[in-house]
Design a protein around this ligand. Structure first.
Ligand code: BTN
Length: 320
């Protein structure tokens, strides 16, 4: 990925303790005035940089930022996240991702932002954001797969994210198909959208929102939403979570392209919320109550009712 001068300065500051303006200018082959201007702009953007006439510049704290540079520190992928578009603020990363996908963005391009003003959720709902506290990202994929399998990518992303969060000792579960919960409260959501051409997939946009550092939520959400911070008391690096997710998801995605979804069923079930419990489910046509028995090899949900096992492609489990 082509790096801006600002990114190159930042990268150098991350790799050194103190560095003089002259050394920076020599290394980057630009003037000392240009360096100084970029340092001012970095400080304005929230980076804590100490300046000293004798010793030069020193990066004290880069904060919990979601920049490409911060994500790349932990990234081990070949394709996913190799192109990162970082925005300080945008309406919704989904819209930017759709635009980029139409403009031939390569597979794996990630749109990520520090603050989303009109985040979109499932079923036309709003995805709530607090400035600098959450992760809002949209990943562009271009799978060679039949249209009807695209929904499986929601489940796959849910498994990958659960795996990563469990590695960080966060006890998440998955509420089929697209919610991650901690003790019955939602901590992350996934919105998968598609662009098609005739009967083939042009792109799949996987939008993921994760509540990381929120200390509170609006009244309407207080009983049903949580953040990693509220649930565990710990502060997590947003950039690290993004990178760990991409590392995990890339491997799973490659396996899915070759082998399909069947081999992920048992893994999904280890994370499933309310497995073998009595649940209520709503579809456009009806409301059903029965035991949640897991998912089929194509990702559809299985509910055991008095009339036997019923399967669902799209429905909403009613919790709250
Ligand atoms: C849901 O649980 O209803 C899905 C929420 C998805 C939110 C993410 S945040 C990044 C991406 N951009 C959006 O506008 N929505 C998704």
């Amino acid at each position: 990925m082509e790096k801006t001068t600002r990114d190159r300065i930042l990268q150098t500051l991350m790799q050194t303790d103190w560095i003089s303006g002259q050394e920076l200018a020599d290394q980057l082959n630009i003037s000392r005035t240009a360096i100084w201007k970029q340092i001012v702009s970095l400080k304005e953007a929230g980076y804590q940089i100490e300046s000293n006439k004798k010793t030069g510049y020193h990066l004290i704290d880069q904060g919990d930022r979601l920049t490409a540079l911060a994500i790349e520190q932990h990234l081990q992928t070949k394709q996913l996240g190799q192109q990162i578009v970082h925005l300080e603020e945008t309406e919704t990363t989904q819209r930017i991702a759709h635009e980029q996908a139409q403009q031939e963005a390569t597979e794996g391009t990630l749109i990520v932002c520090d603050f989303q003003t009109s985040g979109r959720g499932q079923l036309g709902r709003v995805w709530h954001e607090t400035r600098g506290a959450g992760i809002a990202m949209s990943l562009i994929l271009r799978p060679e797969a039949p249209l009807h399998q695209a929904g499986q990518l929601t489940l796959l992303a849910g498994i990958a994210l659960s795996k990563v969060l469990r590695t960080l000792e966060v006890p998440v579960t998955i509420k089929w198909p697209n919610d991650l919960l901690i003790a019955d409260r939602k901590v992350a959501g996934i919105l998968t959208e598609m662009q098609t051409e005739a009967d083939r997939i042009n792109s799949v946009i996987i939008g993921i929102g994760i509540n990381v550092r929120h200390e509170n939520f609006p009244d309407a959400l207080t009983n049903r939403a949580t953040s990693l911070k509220l649930a565990t008391g710990k502060s997590f690096s947003r950039a690290k979570i993004v990178a760990l997710f991409l590392n995990e998801f890339e491997q799973m995605y490659q396996r899915w392209l070759v082998d399909g979804f069947a081999s992920f069923v048992s893994e999904w079930e280890t994370y499933a919320d309310r497995l073998n419990e009595l649940v209520t489910l709503r579809t456009r046509q009806m409301t059903v109550t029965g035991y949640l028995r897991g998912i089929q090899s194509d990702g559809t949900l299985q509910i055991e009712t008095e009339e036997g096992i019923k399967t669902f492609h799209s429905a909403e489990l009613i919790y709250w």
